[in-house]
Design a protein around this ligand. Structure first.
Ligand SMILES: [Zn+2]
Length: 415
């Protein structure tokens, strides 16, 4: 059954008072302890050759019973839902790990769950509907055992959210991330199809010959982040200056991430609007990650961009497909089909014996388009038509700060 809707995240900045910040810190801490206690229990069971404790048993042990001990009595000070959700997170982490090991889950390998630390870059707690959180008539976010937290509403929620995650990022900012079910919005038929080569010299090269670079504000922000990182590395360990420099790195890092996500949103939205079918090369980022190209690959954030294309295609009735990763897109002449012997990365343009002169990346994009269209005709790999593709957890909607800092229009739901 296909569900004509997609789950999106809407993120808003939160401004907790100092007292609420303390309550949130306590809730983050309690969720972390429950997660870690449960992880330890499962690891110990595994080491002893015992079956994994069942969910109910685990919950009783690390929440209900733990609360009665002096050591963990403070677990009673936070919403029980937050603690249950920490256990749910652990389950998800295990499920993903097992699916990855058994091969039922595609893509990058998933590591086994690891212990959470108070030093993690991101602290988060989740309130589901039964936690009785709500938005007050005055527009505040009422969280059990925390209070009414001020929100900057940068847009309207399209429907009632099913849950809210409260996040503190590395830069010390707080966000509320609401999960909202949004109906599909099929777009009128578009005339064009497009193949996209995710290049190293450009962010993306399109089969129509266009090359898309990272916008200047993003490159500038990245440069500033690089410098701040260098400055940090020169500071003495444990010094006050080092602390300050680290805070600056965290702030700039958050800004770069926001700007990048915003750029990805705008580009993916435009590509989905203008094209009936979008084909990208399946990049096996993991393979590239082992090479010296790793850094630029990861910085460019391709996999996140491609994930955006995928769920937006699903939502707007477009076709999307990854073209097989072993397909020799850069070596194949898109005019005559001759396969060039080798194509070192520094070769930017080449001439085929048939006389065609190719820009390396544009030629690759044209080949990706042709291969995608052929697959689709054969009705093989292509995923024709919309399906239920959940938005990646943190990628669905740019938060207001991203929109402001980059003077951009909107995230995804404006398509
Ligand atoms: Zn040729």
């Amino acid at each position: 059954m296909y569900n004509p809707s997609v789950q999106l995240r809407y993120n808003f900045r939160l401004y907790p008072t100092p007292g609420q910040q303390q309550s949130l810190a306590r809730a983050f801490g309690c969720a972390r302890v429950v997660f870690n206690d449960a992880l330890r229990a499962r690891q110990e069971a595994h080491a002893a050759g015992l079956p994994y404790p069942l969910d109910g048993e685990l919950s009783k042990r690390v929440i209900t019973e733990a609360k009665k001990t002096g050591e963990r009595a403070w677990l009673g000070e936070v919403s029980a839902v937050v603690l249950q959700q920490a256990l749910a997170d652990l389950n998800t982490a295990y499920r993903n790990f097992f699916a990855s090991v058994s091969g039922t889950r595609k893509g990058r390998g998933v590591a086994p769950p690891r212990f959470r630390s108070r030093k993690d870059r991101r602290q988060a707690i989740r309130f589901t509907r039964n936690a009785r959180w709500r938005i007050t008539p005055g527009g505040k976010l009422r969280l059990p055992k925390i209070g009414d937290v001020r929100v900057r509403w940068s847009r309207n929620l399209p429907s009632e959210p099913s849950s809210v995650t409260v996040i503190k990022d590395a830069a010390g900012r707080y966000f509320a991330s609401f999960v909202v079910e949004v109906p599909d919005e099929p777009l009128p038929q578009a005339a064009a199809d497009v193949g996209i080569d995710l290049g190293l010299t450009h962010f993306a090269v399109l089969s129509d010959g266009r090359k898309v670079s990272s916008p200047r504000f993003l490159r500038r922000a990245e440069r500033r982040l690089r410098k701040a990182r260098q400055a940090l590395s020169r500071k003495q360990k444990g010094s006050a200056n080092r602390k300050k420099a680290a805070a600056r790195v965290a702030r700039l890092h958050a800004r770069v991430a926001d700007a990048r996500r915003d750029h990805h949103h705008k580009l993916s939205t435009q590509l989905i609007r203008d094209n009936q079918a979008v084909y990208v090369e399946d990049l096996a980022v993991n393979g590239l990650a082992r090479t010296r190209l790793a850094k630029s690959v990861h910085d460019a954030g391709w996999s996140r961009f491609v994930a955006m294309l995928e769920y937006k295609a699903a939502r707007h009735g477009r076709s999307f497909a990854r073209v097989d990763r072993w397909f020799p897109s850069s070596k194949l002449c898109s005019t005559c089909g001759t396969l060039a012997e080798s194509m070192p990365l520094n070769v930017r343009s080449w001439t085929c014996p048939c006389g065609a002169v190719h820009d390396r990346d544009v030629n690759a994009a044209i080949n990706i388009l042709a291969a995608g269209q052929a697959d689709r005709l054969n009705d093989r790999r292509a995923q024709v038509g919309p399906g239920h593709v959940p938005a990646p957890r943190s990628e669905a909607v740019t938060h207001p700060d991203a929109a402001r800092s980059t003077r951009s229009v909107e995230g995804i739901s404006v398509l």
